[in-house]
Design a protein around this ligand. Structure first.
Ligand code: NAP
Ligand code: G4F
Length: 338
């Protein structure tokens, strides 16, 4: 029986990865932070005698060193991060501490304890950023971070590579493109749209206000991606891999697809901050643009090339863009709509 530590266990990916590893017979130890209100909604349903929670924080090296020493895990998945790109402009220093230096603290805990463990770092397509935009983006595409979040993840990426090269630690980066699900935080754009469309359909909300409708993302389903994380650590040698669908869609297309799930066709009028989306039948205003959601610097285009992962890991995404929208809409119609 293998043992794993997951940081970020209460997040979208942490919850799916916990279910996945438990299904493979792992003993799973999750790191959770203390909150004044509960933060365990995504894992509350998991009743398994091989699932344990430990209070801690990736900014606290003492707790990390103690945890790694006590559990002596076979695998560590570092998913903990201040993961919101837009909010990282508001809390840049904390984002650097948690998302960047937190990774160093875990690697040091492994090194100092001399533990033979495999380490997975949750790297991101935000590393590619842009300027100039080249697509599709693969493991060999140069990085150009465009936010405090991406700059922190850049440090985390390279310190993972460095501990592999310097100390022979089995440390790997999964460079994952956007992946979504009904468990996605409601302040990320896909989930913001699916919850709003469900509430509009139920007459509980008038319209949705968004930022950059032109941004393009390579959106996949989170469950497919946690399997890829695990596959990355099952290889004979440590390496870095891109996981992506190879398809890109604008935020506007996601809006259209979500409304189509409730039988509404959106027609667009105007441009830039004046662009608006209307119900093609009733003429009702359903979507507008609010500049408060614009970012000081934007990543315009993400489109991944996961051929290395397909070839070496045998990894494939299973859920298409339209299926993803359907899954999210069905869940939010249950939650908020009908
Ligand atoms: P998420 O839902 O925002 O979850 C983030 C997790 O990190 C939460 O469990 C959060 O705990 C925890 N966390 C935050 N700060 C922490 C700290 N200082 N100490 C300990 N835990 C802390 O993110 P996700 O979508 O599951 O993503 C998982 C990881 O993959 C993140 O590192 C993210 O940056 C990266 N990533 C995500 C995507 C994507 O599209 N989802 C793509 C590429 C990379 P609380 O519940 O206590 O807040
Ligand atoms: O959903 P988002 O906030 O995700 P973003 O910035 O792509 O970051 C996510 O994916 C990364 C992988 O590429 C992860 F590393 C990261 O942790 C996170 O999971 O925004 C997607 C796009 C952006 O271009 C944003 O400007 O949607 C645009 N957008 C337009 N209106 C909006 C909104 N984003 C948000 N959150 N809210 C809006 O109202």
């Amino acid at each position: 029986m293998k043992t794993a530590i997951i940081t970020g266990v209460t997040g979208q990916d942490g919850s799916y990865l916990t279910e996945f590893l438990l299904s493979k017979g792992y003993e799973v130890h999750g790191l959770i932070r203390r909150h004044s209100t509960s933060c365990t909604q995504r894992i509350a349903h998991i009743a398994d005698e091989k699932f344990f929670l430990h209070y801690g924080d990736v900014t606290d090296s003492l707790c990390l060193t103690h945890l790694v020493k006590e559990i002596q895990p076979d695998e560590i998945y570092n998913l903990a991060a201040q993961s919101h790109v837009g909010i990282s402009f508001d809390v840049p220093e904390y984002t650097a501490e948690a998302t960047g230096i937190g990774t160093l603290k875990i690697l040091e805990a492994i090194r100092q304890n001399k533990i033979d463990t495999k380490f997975y770092q949750a790297s991101t397509s935000e590393l590619f950023g842009g300027l100039p935009y080249t697509a599709p983006q693969s493991e060999t595409t140069p990085f150009h971070p465009r936010s405090p979040y991406a700059a922190a993840k850049l440090y985390a990426y390279w310190i993972t590579v460095n501990y592999r090269e310097a100390y022979n630690i089995f440390a790997c980066n999964g460079i994952l493109f956007n992946h979504e699900s009904p468990r996605r935080g409601e302040d990320f754009v896909t989930r913001k749209i699916s919850t709003a469309v469900a509430k509009i359909f139920a007459g509980r909300q008038e319209k949705i206000s968004l930022g950059n409708l032109d941004a393009k993302r390579d959106w996949g389903f989170a469950k497919d991606y946690v399997e890829g994380m695990w596959l990355i650590l099952q290889q004979d040698k440590p390496d870095d891999f891109v996981l992506a669908t190879g398809e890109t869609h604008t935020v506007r297309e996601f809006v259209e697809a979500a409304f189509e799930e409730v039988g509404i066709k959106i027609i667009w009028r105007g441009a830039g901050v004046d662009e608006k989306g209307y119900d093609s039948e009733s003429g009702k205003l359903l979507v507008d643009v609010n500049p408060k959601y614009f970012r000081p610097a934007e990543v315009d285009l993400l489109l991944g090339d996961s051929s290395k992962a397909q070839k070496i890991l045998g990894w494939q995404r299973k859920v298409s863009f339209r299926e993803l929208v359907k899954i999210m809409m069905q869940a939010d119609l249950e939650n908020y709509g009908r």
